[in-house]
Design a protein around this ligand. Structure first.
Ligand code: OGA
Ligand code: MN
Length: 281
């Protein structure tokens, strides 16, 4: 069955507004603090697959309610590098203090691509946000793949990329002076097939990918640099402006994200839950 294009919010049991023609749906007037009907969960899952990013406003949830919503959408996972908030190991705090200068994940990336089974989805709930700044950009990797020529698609089809957490640490994707971890590595196809929609998406990223399998870093660099620039072009993106209580859930199999670090002197706190994913194929 062909999926309808993202540039159509579709029939949803809630009020949705497109953030851009290719990625992102903003949803208002939905309450996630109680049990959800089957129709709403099915509508949210369909919208998530079509738009890759759901921006659900007005969700001042308790940790229990956030976990319950995560469980309605998938299977919560544990983040390997940062400990959870008190009493809730699946909720990772993503905090930037006013005096800190680096932000968490401050480059274009898809989450933890150095794992054998990276998370299908990541959910962030905004607890405290700066008065302005601290937006997050998202880029559709399905749109980025679709925009390539047939020649480039054919060239990329057999390639696999090596993803390492060491690259992320170097450029401080995972800011955590307190925890020194060994680096993690995984090799994944450069073009992955979405396990639920069948759509093809680019699956290299600036934060983690260092080379192609069977090639040196120097040999890989020119094509990787092309892909890193291509895959985040403005036409493939949307921009999320957070409000306190905004809950965003994104599809790591079909998108990348980039949190802006333009709010020096202000505090930002997000509560993060990842949902388990399959090995990319
Ligand atoms: C993440 C991440 C983005 C943000 O939690 O994986 O990249 O906006 N955060 O804080
Ligand atoms: Mn991230």
């Amino acid at each position: 069955m062909a999926l309808r294009s993202a540039s159509d919010p579709g029939d949803t049991p809630f009020d949705g507004r497109l953030l851009s023609p290719v990625i992102g749906l903003e949803i208002r007037g939905l309450r996630l603090d109680g049990p959800l009907t089957k129709a709403v969960v099915a509508g949210l899952k369909a919208a998530f697959l079509r738009h890759h990013v759901l921006v659900i406003r007005g969700q001042d949830l308790t940790p229990e309610q956030q976990i319950a919503f995560a469980e309605a959408m998938g299977e919560p996972d544990i983040y390997p590098f940062v400990a959870g908030i008190d009493g809730y190991p699946v909720i990772t705090p993503v905090i930037k203090e006013p005096e800190e200068t680096q932000n968490f994940g401050g480059v274009w990336h898809t989450d933890t691509a150095y794992l054998k089974c990276p998370p299908a989805a990541t959910m962030l709930l905004a607890r405290e946000i700066p008065p302005t700044g601290g937006d997050t950009l998202f880029a559709s990797q399905v749109a980025a793949y679709d925009a390539l020529s047939d020649g480039m698609k054919a060239l990329l089809a057999p390639l696999r990329g090596l993803n390492t957490s060491a690259k992320a640490n170097q450029i401080r994707t995972n800011v955590s002076e307190k925890r020194k971890c060994e680096s993690l590595e995984a090799e994944h196809p450069v073009v992955r097939t979405h396990p639920e929609t069948g759509a093809k998406a680019l699956y290299v990223n600036t934060g983690h990918t260092v080379k192609f399998d069977g090639m040196t870093e120097a040999e890989s660099a020119p094509l990787l640099e092309f892909l890193f620039a291509h895959q985040v072009q403005p036409d493939f993106t949307c921009r999320v402006r957070w409000e306190q209580g905004t809950l965003v859930i994104w599809d790591n199999r079909a998108s990348q994200h980039f949190p802006l670090n333009d709010y020096q002197g202000y505090r930002r706190e997000m509560h993060r839950i990842t949902l388990k994913g399959d090995a990319p194929f």
